[in-house]
Design a binder for this molecule. Structure first.
Ligand code: GLY
Length: 429
């Protein structure tokens, strides 16, 4: 088997025609926002790919700092309760600089994935070449047992490579990664273990719903139903234990060895009982995927209930959520554009599964996308440390990535744009 797969310059003629049609049709006035967004995305991604060429690194965010009193006001806590968990404040001269990460980082698949989507949306061949190059960097991850996030890492990179430039190497990486991810599944508990750090016996985070897509894909590619069975068990156990009666979710649920719940807590949200915005986004996205892959109406109902809760609880006037639905709202409350992008992508897919209510999810997502594509959130070309979107929040309680660009905001924004264009230009709706 080849270690690297090659770019197939002539293999995607149909795709390119499709992309060109999308790109040129966006030129009409109604959707000038789409062509401007795609033009910005292509420019930023190409610039960053050049900047990191040969380093073996991926772009993750830009360097940001924090004011500890502001954090205390957002958390409504005394400083002494969280000050020991803060990352150190960077030197002022580093603020705003590109902060790269290595391939072991949980976000390493998003940049190659963004390159794939930008290639698909614009037809620009240079983006495909960069997508292949950055995807290949992740080859060793297929054997990495230290994280549940290999579903994100390989699903977003090799998963998109499989859609747009399939070959046996790509397929084998996806199936090998699913094998590795499955080794973190405990049959007695019914979940994939999320973290190997922290004070918990067996922590599972709502984010882990996002790693299931890789398992579904591996079952389709290999014909082995075992990966899908693990994904379904994980989703069912999570449905039972992660959700409150109002369909908000806890971030972390930890299990004892007998499968009973040890603790329900937060790690990145305001407090244990709050609704951390990105967690709510991961949930609606994950259960929408589960319905797509299984056709089980239980999953659809769960996705709809979470989506309706989001529409009710998201208090931001421009729909880009505050970092936590329960954060005190002031003019300075940080937004989370990454949560908005994940919600938009999920809502567009969900809209195709619910004929009666689909329009309301589609319109909500379109409004999010238009806002993200406005000057308030879309970077000016050549700025924002090379990222596409501004104003995301990684982990406010840790003082980390507050009001920052994030590679996964960019990824889900492009995915949502692709889903939006498929529907608004095509026949899905
Ligand atoms: N999966 C980690 C996060 O959403 O920040």
């Amino acid at each position: 088997m080849n270690r690297h797969f090659e770019t197939k310059l002539n293999s995607c003629a149909a795709l390119l025609l499709f992309s060109a049609a999308i790109f040129s049709s966006c030129a009409n006035d109604d959707e000038a926002w789409v062509s401007r967004a795609l033009d910005t995305a292509a420019y930023q991604l190409d610039m960053t790919a050049g900047e990191l060429d040969g380093t073996g690194m991926m772009p993750r965010t830009a360097v940001t700092g924090y004011d500890v009193d502001f954090l205390a006001s957002q958390l409504e806590k005394d400083k002494s309760a969280f000050v020991d968990s803060l990352v150190s404040n960077p030197p002022a001269e580093n603020l705003g600089r590109l902060k790269p990460c290595g391939i072991i980082d949980w976000t390493s698949g998003f940049f190659p994935g963004s390159l794939w989507y930008a290639y698909e949306l614009t037809g620009k061949e240079n983006l495909k070449e960069e997508a292949v190059k950055y995807t290949n960097l992740l080859y060793p991850i297929r054997k990495f047992e230290g994280s549940h996030d290999i579903g994100f890492m390989i699903g977003c990179s090799y998963g998109n490579a499989w859609r747009l430039s399939p070959d046996d190497t790509v397929k084998n990486v996806i199936v090998e990664t699913a094998n590795t991810l499955s080794s973190r599944f405990d049959d007695g508990i019914g979940c994939i273990r999320s973290w190997d750090f922290g004070p918990w016996n067996y922590p599972v985070i709502i984010d882990n719903m996002m790693n299931l897509d890789l398992l579904f894909m591996a079952s389709r590619l290999s014909g082995d139903p075992g990966y899908k069975q693990i994904a379904v068990r994980h989703a069912l156990t999570t449905m039972q234990n992660h959700f409150r009666p109002d369909f908000t979710s806890w971030h972390v649920v930890s299990y004892l060895d007998d499968g009973s719940v040890e603790k329900r807590q937060t790690h990145q949200g305001k407090n244990d009982d709050s609704a951390w915005s990105r967690g709510q986004a991961w949930g609606v996205y994950g259960y929408t995927s589960c319905f797509r892959e299984t056709g089980d109406s239980l999953f659809l109902k769960q996705a709809v209930n979470i989506a309706d809760m989001i529409m009710e609880r998201n208090a931001a006037p421009d729909l880009i959520p505050y970092w936590d639905f329960d954060a005190p709202v002031t003019d300075d409350t940080p937004r989370d554009a990454s949560a908005a992008a994940v919600m938009a992508s999920a809502f567009i897919e969900l809209s195709t599964f619910v004929p009666e209510d689909g329009e309301k999810y589609f319109v909500y997502a379109k409004n999010i996308l238009k806002t993200l594509s406005s000057d308030a959130y879309l970077a000016e070309k050549g700025t924002n440390a090379g990222f596409i979107l501004k104003h995301s929040t990684g982990s406010l309680p840790h003082g980390s990535e507050i009001d920052a660009p994030l590679n996964y905001a960019d990824y889900y924004y492009l995915e949502a744009m692709k889903r939006y264009l498929d529907i608004s230009r095509g026949s899905d709706r």
